[in-house]
Design a binder for this molecule. Sequence first.
Ligand code: NJP
Length: 230
Amino acid sequence: TGRTVAVTGASKGIGRAVVQALTGQGARVLGGARDVTGLTEPGAEFLPLDVTDPASVQAFAARARELGAGALVNNAGVGSFVPVQDITPEEYRRVMDTNVLGTILTTGALIEHFQARHAQGLGSQVVNVTSDVSGRTFANGALYTASKFAQRAVTHALAYEGQSYGLRVTEIRPGMVDTYFGDTQQGEAYKAAWLRPEDVAQAVVYALSAPAHLRVDEVLLHPTVQEVAY
Ligand code: NJP
């Protein structure tokens, strides 16, 4: 893509694959996650980032501006799967703060920068990695899907708002992906037929490489083994 992209949740799973795919295409990447110890990737630099912490987000956004970032990938996210009666206020806040507030804060910190780019004749892009369940739910999915429905709403509202300043907004909606998601391990046998993080990264690259006249609004992707659902 030949430009700078800021990526949240860049330390593992999908975010890590996005960093590798983008740098592989010649983009420069600023990656953030709470723990970035020991992370190195040619073409990328990593900063500690907690998307739920406004000061941390401001520091990350300041570096993204310095690097002239033209795109932001909101990928940081957490999962939590219990029945409604077992959702605690603490867990509610952890999931909603990360998935919804995190997307809002990180995006919000770069809007003036994107508007300034527009004034210079440059377009910008935001890609939000939400979920295939950003529009449907299931047993034990109340909290996670509430967060993803909300993140989808934020994504859509941003798309409306951003049109006036040349912002293209994309929602990436992956089904089951073999990552560390939900306190699991990557590479476990039961995930062998799931999407690879690289599959999702390719969708992000597709959206970010689209020519200026093309806006990829949404990509929904599932492993073949996952039941068809919209
Ligand atoms: O998860 P994982 P995925 N501030 O756990 C970071 C969505 N999704 O790659 O902060 C900043 O391997 C964390 O680093 P650290 C999902 O909802 C997935 O699967 O050090 N960063 C790590 O880099 C999420 O939005 C599946 O802990 C924070 C990364 O986020 C996205 O895909 C299905 C953070 C998480 O890596 C990436 O998740 C689906 C914070 N506060 C949607 N908290 C799936 N895997 O099946 C966490 O539908 N991170």
